[in-house]
Ligand binder design. Sequence first.
Ligand SMILES: NC(=O)c1ccc[n+]([C@@H]2O[C@H](COP(=O)([O-])OP(=O)(O)OC[C@H]3O[C@@H](n4cnc5c(N)ncnc54)[C@H](OP(=O)(O)O)[C@@H]3O)[C@@H](O)[C@H]2O)c1
Length: 432
Amino acid sequence: MKQHIKVGMLGIGNIGRGTYTALEMNHQQILETTGLDIEIVKILNRHPDKDRGIDLPKEKYTTDINDILDDPEIDIVVELMGGIEPATAYMASALEKGKSVVTANKAAIAANGKRLVELAQENHVLLRFEAAVAGGIPILTSLTTALLSNEFSEVHGILNGTTNYILSQMTEYGKDYAEMLRTAQEKGFAESDPTADVEGHDSANKLSILMSIIFGTEIPPEMIPTRGITTIAREDIDYGFESGYRIKLLASAKKSKKGIYTNVEPVLIPASHPLASVYNEFNAVFVKGNAVDSLMFYGRGAGSLPTGSAVLGDVIGIARKLAKGAAYDVVPQIRYDSGLRFIGEGISKYYVRMTVTDKPGVLGRITTTFGQFGVSVEAVKQNAPYESDGERIASLFFRIFEVERPLLYYVLNKLHKENIILSVDNIMRIED
Ligand SMILES: NC(=O)c1ccc[n+]([C@@H]2O[C@H](COP(=O)([O-])OP(=O)(O)OC[C@H]3O[C@@H](n4cnc5c(N)ncnc54)[C@H](OP(=O)(O)O)[C@@H]3O)[C@@H](O)[C@H]2O)c1
């Protein structure tokens, strides 16, 4: 029985520090509850002289990846560098050398998860990546253990803390998008280049991983229709709030007999829905299983210690198996073989904001054109008109009953081409 488990860690940034600190803080407790003495023995580090803000013996540092990959004493490699390469190559090499791998790297798992899972299987070792989806929330472990008795029909996640923080502040305090993005960067939630967050790509990476776990599908992030929060204006937030909705960047997937409907986009959800009360940098994942019914997981989706907690949870899980003699999955934890394919975005209710010239008959022509194509209007509201270049201009806000998105886009485009409306300013799904 192996009780002393040695770990090699790649990277000592935000999450590396959180993982190291969480282990230091709780080493004794882990030892008492599991009987395992887990030790981070080597740390790959590009800049050994950089001050990391933690007390860490410098002799643990190495700048040579082979010091970790070729060390027979190291059983588990924890990858916390980020980026697709060289992270994927290092993980693949560790698996080939018979070491189990833990990572928080959603970009690498979304891009190369299938190959890495196969390598783990071939080499009879484990690959775990709880921290890659929703940081500290133990969603993947729950889905692959306690919830295994379910078939899931849908998943919706608020999977990005930066965008949820910005939207929450715009809704609750009337703050402005650009100001809140700056504050999120100052508080350390948002990257200095926030494109992956605000354009929804970070959420798409996590949704792609969630769909593999829940539906056994291989739907890469590039295939998921993805829209970010950059087009959301104060008028949209105010309309949603007054009509009993909250706007959230939702990563959603639903299963049907034909395949998977999925997308990442800002969505109006009723204020009474559990996801509507997820504020600021917090994340949540909502799933529907055929036995457990609706279930929501809530917590910190990022941050040094919360994410470090998820990384360590995976390390302890593997270490427990190693202590019994072997650590591998008979059937891989993540599957890509259900054959379910991406089939589109499905039918939904929609919110549409448009600008029109404020003159008699315009609203009638819009609703008549909608009617000609079977697009039904649930509600319409007009804001007080204002003068622009000598014309009276108004914003119209529509709630549209269930419709295929391409049909709605076609009709809106026709209204614009025929000069019935001046512009379509925003379109968002309404998730009732
Ligand atoms: N930040 C979060 O809240 C969060 C949450 C969930 C998951 N994650 C994931 O966790 C991973 C790490 O994120 P982070 O925020 O900790 O990143 P980070 O602060 O930028 O840290 C990255 C670390 O990796 C090192 N590194 C990068 N490329 C390297 C290379 N080629 N060779 C050797 N070392 C290299 C860096 O070294 P230097 O410092 O010397 O440059 C740094 O120590 C990412 O995959 C991220 O997506 C992060």
